[in-house]
Write a protein that binds this ligand. Sequence first.
Ligand SMILES: Cc1cc2nc3c(=O)[nH]c(=O)nc-3n(C[C@H](O)[C@H](O)[C@H](O)COP(=O)(O)OP(=O)(O)OC[C@H]3O[C@@H](n4cnc5c(N)ncnc54)[C@H](O)[C@@H]3O)c2cc1C
Length: 461
Amino acid sequence: MSHNTIAIIGSGLSGTLTAINLLRQEVPVHITLYEQEAQQLNRGAAYTKNNIYQPLNVPIDRMSLFSNQPDHFYHWLREDEQRIKVCIYGIERDNYVPRKVFGDYLKDTFNNIVAETGDLHHIAIAKNKVTAIIPAGDGYDVESAEGNNHYHQVILASGNVPPQKAIFLPEHCRDLDLPIVHSWKGLPHIDSRKQVLIVGSGLSMVDAIIELDKQGFKGQIRVLSRHGLIPLPEVPEPHNHLTLTINPSVYKQLTAFRALAKEAEAHGSGWRTIFHNIRPQIPALWQALTDEEKQRFLRHVQPYWEVHRHRVPQFSYQLIQNLIAAGRLQLLKGRITDIDNSTNGKVTVTYRPRHTQARVSFDTDLIVNCTGPVTDLSRCGDPLMEQLIQSGAAATGPLEMGLNTNEKGEVINANGQVQKGLFAMGSLRKGNLWESTALREIRQQAEALPKVILAKSIVVT
Ligand SMILES: Cc1cc2nc3c(=O)[nH]c(=O)nc-3n(C[C@H](O)[C@H](O)[C@H](O)COP(=O)(O)OP(=O)(O)OC[C@H]3O[C@@H](n4cnc5c(N)ncnc54)[C@H](O)[C@@H]3O)c2cc1C
């Protein structure tokens, strides 16, 4: 019997959870899970062992790996004293745990299912970067440093692509030799006499501040972003059942959202619960917009969407407020217009404050890039994504975001046809779904995909 052979590219939450769900099925499969970064195996970028302080942004009771077992994570935590010891932010259902702990949970759940199903399924780990995927015969050739391997089906679960260059800098400064670190790689130890500039004010900025605080950093921090908005705190709110009606106009969607928020407040609930309620509707709300309306959303609404939708635990928010009150953190709005690195080890940054023509300069010792991932994969610098798009096996999604996929997660190629046996998930589907990067959506995709894949099962007897 020849089994259905499946390559999964990327072993973060998307890839590992899809593997877990495939192994839970009764049809035998041969899976190869590729991972280019050893420390991210079965963890991905957000849940590595380094994240011992950075909390999940979502409480324990919403972080189960399985939609039909909401208490799975909570019970896993409670099973073992050692797990509880590292949960510095509490262990009740509405508490937050460090992201490392969630990584431990994902890895442990994966290892358990591999051990339990070893007689039926076969799984291999390939610690290699995949550089090309080429349609061949009844499937695909997957190229990596290990050579060429053939699979019937391939799942792209490669997550976000970090920016290769500091694109937040004006073009003439991008090739300067500057002390820039990328927040995803963790921060070096920074002397308290130094000054730090964080560019970007979203969730990664909050992570960087937490890391600096845990290091004992006592120096000056500046946070610069176009709008100067920071993620709002999570506050438990009573449930309501308010949902939005689908409308092809961003303006009307926004007006309707505001009206719902008012209604919720009037009933003793709040706007946060509406986000929870409309999560399953978000793909339909997004897809109802024309490209022009989507652009309008990105230009005018997205900065506000980000800080309302991607919230942080109250204690993370409070840390930032305390630093601001102590005069140690300054929130700046504007764009960098120039950088001078010629003054004895320091960098002079000049920026234009928002809505002004003024220029303001300050010195800094380190720049932390928290500007988020690249969305246009056709020129993101990632060899695999660029190869897939240049070969026509895949195409960029709406507004050049992610890869184009259909409702099942099948990749749509450059000719607009389904690329049979090639699937994408997670942030790669952002252009089609808008909301496709957090556990709730990834879990839903990872549960649905095995059914599609095994329905096409190529089991030859
Ligand atoms: C700072 C931060 C905090 C977050 N907190 C939360 C939270 O609290 N709750 C929540 O629901 N979500 C959170 N998220 C969202 C998070 O992105 C997802 O939950 C999840 O981690 C995404 O997993 P992924 O597998 O899609 O991507 P990744 O985690 O990026 O995993 C993809 C993996 O693929 C590998 N890879 C990529 N290309 C190749 C290649 N060519 N060959 C081989 N391997 C490859 C990468 O090395 C990586 O390990 C957070 C995200 C960030 C960045």
